[in-house]
Design a protein around this ligand. Structure first.
Ligand code: IPM
Ligand code: MG
Length: 357
């Protein structure tokens, strides 16, 4: 088993270090190699995704990724910005299927900004298409407007597009995931306005005919955003495009108490995967030792389950995380009265102790 470790920027290095600590106490042997990515790689090599880093990721069975980005790079040309590293990895490795499970641990119901009864027992799975849509659609750019409301004015544009095979494969992923859960899929679109998402809806419906045992419904994205904060437990598996999935998964994260709890897996058709917390590099708290490492530790568990075929070790990590929460340990983002506030390393150490106890 070969794991590429790409900590990245900001809190990325701190949280990945804790996940590595956890991996190292499992009785497993794997080869790991660490490389720079994002702003850190730009500083050292002039590019956010150097050839060597990309090759390392391609040759590995799995990539454990921290986070990239810092405001100080916002002025760089787009191809040199840290975010291009994660987009480039997704595209180059063909990681089209992004799993973002939002689970509200019973210990954390009071950390959520929503009422206890709305989130208690919450367990939903957002499946986000990750290599298409307006994120990658060409053409895009800036130009002098040839037409439109203000011909001759400066304008910028992106292209939202999806091909049939792209929609079919993510729909299959969603229906198959639903078969292992409560057999319900909600496909989120904007078919009332966008051609791309009428096509999306038509194709998901078509694929759904091959899964008569799975119940499929469709929801417009604006309504889905509202339902996520009104009655989130009505959802089970949610499948949607890249842009809507980006937005809805951040909203779903808050249901669980903190985005610091949300792991993610991004898979290609060979089950090679990139595993990262759903949150960003949080430059405002970087270097302070206060970031929550649990999303990254839980991402490492997903890595063991999905790409490395070690479901027992994955379950052990998940149980250990549950145990430290039961012990009352909390990083600041999930802290509430009566709990013990700890920093990043202490939280990682506690997971290690729970694992080895
Ligand atoms: C995410 C992030 C990324 C995205 C950024 C960092 C490019 O927000 O993984 O959700 O937009 O996909
Ligand atoms: Mg996002």
């Amino acid at each position: 088993m070969k794991i590429a470790i790409l900590p990245g920027d900001g809190i990325g290095t701190e949280i990945v270090a804790e996940a590595v600590k956890v991996l190292n106490v499992l009785d497993l042997t794997f080869e790991t190699e660490t490389a720079l990515v994002g702003g850190a790689a730009f500083e050292a090599h002039g590019h956010p995704l150097p050839e060597a880093t990309l090759k390392l990721a391609k040759d590995a069975d799995a990539v454990l990724f921290g986070a990239v980005g810092d405001w100080k790079y916002d002025k760089l040309d787009r191809p040199l910005r840290p975010e291009q590293a994660i987009l480039g990895l997704r595209k180059n490795l063909g990681l089209f299927a992004n799993f973002r499970p939002a689970i509200c641990y019973p210990q954390l119901v009071d950390a959520s900004s929503l009422k206890r009864e709305l989130v208690s027992g919450l367990d939903i799975l957002i499946i986000r298409e990750l290599t298409g849509d307006i994120y990658f659609g060409q053409p895009r750019g800036r130009r002098v407007s040839p037409d439109g409301h203000f011909p001759g004015a400066e304008e910028a544009f992106d292209t939202m597009r999806y091909s049939r095979p792209e929609i079919e494969r993510i729909a299959h992923v969603a229906f198959q995931a639903a078969r292992k859960r409560s057999k319900r899929v909600t496909s989120v679109d904007k078919a009332n306005v966008l051609e791309t998402f009428q096509f999306w809806k038509d194709i998901v419906t078509e694929v759904g005919l091959q899964y008569p045992d799975v119940e499929l419904d469709h929801m417009y994205v604006d309504n889905a955003a509202m339902q996520l904060v009104r009655a989130p437990k009505k959802f089970d598996v949610v499948v949607t495009g890249n842009m809507f999935g980006d937005i809805l998964s951040d909203a779903a994260a808050m249901l669980t108490g903190s985005i610091g709890m949300l792991p993610s897996a991004s898979l290609n058709d060979k089950n090679q995967g990139l595993y990262e917390p759903s949150h960003g590099s949080a430059p405002d708290i970087a270097g302070k030792g206060v970031a929550n490492p649990l999303a990254t530790i839980l991402s490492a568990a997903m890595m063991l389950r999905f790409s490395l075929n070690q479901p027992e070790s994955a379950a052990r990590i998940e149980k250990a995380v549950d145990a430290v929460l039961s012990q009352g340990l909390r990083t600041p983002d999930i802290h509430s009265e009566g709990m013990t506030q700890v920093g990043t390393a202490a939280m990682g150490d506690a997971v290690v102790r729970a694992l080895t106890a």
